[in-house]
Design a protein around this ligand. Structure first.
Ligand SMILES: [Zn+2]
Length: 188
């Protein structure tokens, strides 16, 4: 699911997740204290009021504490994963730079990633505008600079396999349905 998040949002979301993780961890910690103490004290100095929790309440607090801990752990992991992803995306830039076209296989070998990972990362970077002027030619399995369009631009109307709408495609480049925005597979 994290793979679908556009790279330009990574930083904001990572920070948000860290805040969420810290906040839920703090709440979980307080809930654990209430659970173990079995009572809560409110007020200041001589004006203090102590409420003792019953067993049902203590169990409810325990469940809350566990749930909050889980949320904190999941958000922390997601934040770590996202920041690792951002780091991975940065490393593509020097590899791609200055290439009119480069084989996915070659990028994969240079970066020591699986080709499907490379395709997914590159498509994310293109969709989010992180790298501009490139598209993936899925048929040739290459990342191609947009200036390098086929000379004889051939267009035709095809039925979208996803929504069934009739949409015009340009042969030789990646096409998306104008109705549902889904990828139209190359069929040449
Ligand atoms: Zn469609």
């Amino acid at each position: 699911m994290l793979e679908k998040i556009h790279v330009k949002h990574h930083k904001k979301i990572t920070i948000g997740l860290i805040y969420l993780a810290s906040f839920t961890a703090l709440c979980a910690f307080l809930a654990f204290i209430y659970f173990f103490e079995g009572k809560s004290t409110s007020g200041i100095l001589w004006w203090k009021e102590t409420t003792t929790f019953g067993l049902g309440q203590r169990l409810a607090i325990l469940f809350l504490a566990i749930a909050l801990t889980l949320v904190a752990i999941v958000s922390l992991f997601a934040a770590i994963k996202l920041s690792l992803m951002s780091g991975r995306f940065n490393k593509y830039l020097p590899v791609i730079k200055g290439c009119d076209q480069i084989a996915i296989q070659q990028i994969a070998a240079m970066m020591n990633h699986a080709p499907h990972q490379v395709v997914s990362d590159l498509q994310n970077m293109i969709d989010s505008g992180y790298i501009k002027g490139y598209y993936i030619n899925y048929q040739r399995q290459m990342l191609v600079e947009r200036g390098d369009l086929p000379r004889n631009i051939e267009k035709k109307v095809v039925k979208c396999p996803t929504c069934g709408g009739n949409t015009q495609i340009t042969i030789g480049i990646v096409n998306y349905c104008k109705y549902c925005k889904c990828l139209i597979p190359d069929e040449r």
